[in-house]
Design a protein around this ligand. Sequence first.
Ligand SMILES: [Zn+2]
Length: 151
Amino acid sequence: MKFVVDNMLGKLARWLRILGYDTVFDPSLPLRTLIAMSTQWNAIFLTRRKSFAAGISPNNMYAIKGERFNDQLREVIDHFRLDVRAKLFSRCTKCNVEVRAAEKSRVKGKVPEKSFEGFDEFFECPSCGALYWGGSHRVNTLKKLKQILNT
Ligand SMILES: [Zn+2]
């Protein structure tokens, strides 16, 4: 399942990437391009717009009802029955590219000393080179996710 996210929903897009879902988000693209992409890739266009220029199939769009971010994310997870565990943290949140395992020896000096000592698994974005690993940031993200799913 692939998503194209409308310009006002950046936080939702970031979280879909955290969950590992292929998510296009680029505020520089005009609406017609987002619609064309959704149709071409058979993706789902997520939007809060009430009215549309013609040219998108109802199968390729979903109008978000929630006004608050927490409600919006929960709504998308419920509606599309997203698996929030299977691909969690598998994608770069900046580039929307799947990260790959990085050998520990290669990240020395590129991550804080404490993280290098404390973790054995590191992941790297092949596009921007961002490094990802466990630690407090991930714990906080999981806490937040749990909170969103339970509210
Ligand atoms: Zn990246």
